[in-house]
Design a protein around this ligand. Sequence first.
Ligand SMILES: *Cc1c(COP(=O)(O)O)cnc(C)c1O
Length: 453
Amino acid sequence: MQNRKTLLTEQEIPDKWYNIVADMPNKPLPPLHPGTREPIGPEALAPLFPMELIKQEVSTDKWIPIPDAVRDIYTMWRPTPLYRAYALEKALDTPAKIYYKYEGVSPAGSHKPNTAVPQAYYNKMEGVKRITTETGAGQWGSALSFACQHFGIECEVYMVKVSYDGKPYRKMMMNTWGAKVYSSPTDHTQSGRQILAQDPNSPGSLGIAISEAVERAATDENTKYALGSVLNHVLMHQTIIGLEAVEQMKKVGDMPDVVVAPFGGGSNFAGISFPFLRLNFDEGRNIRFVASEPASCPKLTRGVFRYDFGDTVGMTPLLPMYTLGHNFVPAPIHAGGLRYHGAGVIVSQLLKDQLIEARAHHQLECFEAGVLFAKTEGIIPAPEASHALATVFAEAQAAKEEGKSRTILFNLCGHGHFDLQAYDDYFNNRLVKHEVTNEDIANSLATLDTPVI
Ligand SMILES: *Cc1c(COP(=O)(O)O)cnc(C)c1O
């Protein structure tokens, strides 16, 4: 039976992911070795990732089959609903039609399990016993914990110390799914010990946690590493969101004029956008795409396009991307998932080629939009998702000023049930209208000695 909100049956869950690389007018530039700065091939990634994911990372095939075992697990929460936000439209008094795809119905409460599950699956197929990863606020760590326990793989999560201490519920979630969660920096990796020797009270950082997780995988042959955003294969797994949404929009007899999503490393933005961008490529449509980022970490709107490291320490390959510099430390805004200095290689190239747009919002504007959304549509958005809402509000306002309708689709990539402290801080005026200064950006970029493109 067709579900009233999902509009699709389980049989209609897509059986292939869309690989946009096949259709890109300018293909992504190659990653460079961090030491020699020469282009690296896929074999350089073999200590960290299973072969099948490495193949996907460099694939130029347009469609990649989704294994049945993965689709089976997807049915636990997919297809996800597509809603029309009638109450919000009314509150905004706009002629625009607003639709949203809701990914918060997954076990972890966000889009992240869409890639955690296939990543765990391919590791399992290749006999991997343990997967390590880092997590900031805990969204990715909880998604991977869920996926690993499903396939009987041990999961080891390096959680940034300040979050470990300050956001205990995500940690408990990971423990419930059987993961080991460590407060990073730890004393059981060399990277961690090195940091602790310099500063025994280090609050940790995502950069340090990545170094610890990567070191564990690189030094144990039964252990691999997993990343929750940025990489090509991660973005591709997330296209399940947009592939469903294209079918759902067709079922309601509509098509978006503009697609909007929040932007951290680019995975949920790519997920909802790329299948619609394919329609621009294949059917000559004219759909717009807007990535919403925080004014505190505006790499797409105010960063530079050049080679940079993915981590703070400088251990990862150099990637061609929009970046604020790997030494950039974003202000501690609540949208933890958007506090990343760089961006995925594919989305960066698309932005450079003006096939997508970007827009920055400060956090008060986002919370204001998030609260109105919760009041009208009922769902409390993750602080990350509220950035998309700020863009949606601007698009709806523009439609009103033009006196014309416009169809907006956005990705409600997660709920905010573990982020209520952020809402409390907003209600009690503890949040400021923060925007990074030109000087901060210039100072960070001045420290880069990585290749210019
Ligand atoms: C991780 C996360 C993000 C940011 O990551 P992307 O790869 O840019 O999607 C945004 N929203 C939520 C809810 C997240 O968990």
